[in-house]
Design a binder for this molecule. Structure first.
Ligand SMILES: [Zn+2]
Length: 162
């Protein structure tokens, strides 16, 4: 049997359908010029939902749906930064903290490149990391899913107990 290792890896995924007339928020950053926004119970931030699930999965703590059921009226329209803060609190409670995070966002329009620094800074701030520890890859579906945003995230968690 392996001795306890001081690192854990987590993986998260999230997707939302997009419709006209709704806001699009990614990584806590409102996306200007988005013609389509996320259909969601919360604010529909697919980046923060996937990051939160990645944090939880690294310690086998379940998923955000268990802590924030989409049937609960109290979470309607909620700021996803609250969801991420809860996941981070649970991870810290187990004696771990994120080391670095890698995020892949698949979205056809608009191009997210101009928002790269802002989204990285926002996610980094929420995770208490320097922006250099937040990797962002922006992909398109090549027209296969134009009314869809999808995010995949891996995170490395390190023991904070030495
Ligand atoms: Zn979501």
């Amino acid at each position: 049997m392996l001795a306890a290792v001081p690192f854990r890896v987590g993986f998260g995924e999230d997707a939302h359908r997009l419709e006209a007339g709704l806001p699009l928020v990614l990584g806590g950053v409102p996306v200007p010029d988005a013609e389509l926004g996320a259909v969601a119970h919360s604010d529909g931030d697919a980046v923060l939902h996937a990051v939160a699930d990645a944090l939880l999965s690294g310690l086998a703590l379940g998923d955000i749906g268990q802590y924030f059921p989409d049937t609960a009226a109290e979470w309607k329209g909620m700021d996803s930064r609250v969801i991420l803060a809860k996941a981070l609190e649970l991870v810290r409670g187990r004696g771990y903290a994120p080391v670095n995070v890698a995020v892949v966002v698949t979205l056809d329009k608009p191009k997210l490149g101009p928002l790269r620094a802002e989204i990285a800074a926002s996610v980094a701030r929420l995770l208490n990391l320097p922006p250099s520890e937040v990797g962002l890859s922006f992909k398109t579906s090549e027209g296969l899913a134009p009314r869809h945003v999808q995010t995949r995230v891996t995170v490395l968690l390190g023991s904070i107990e030495g």
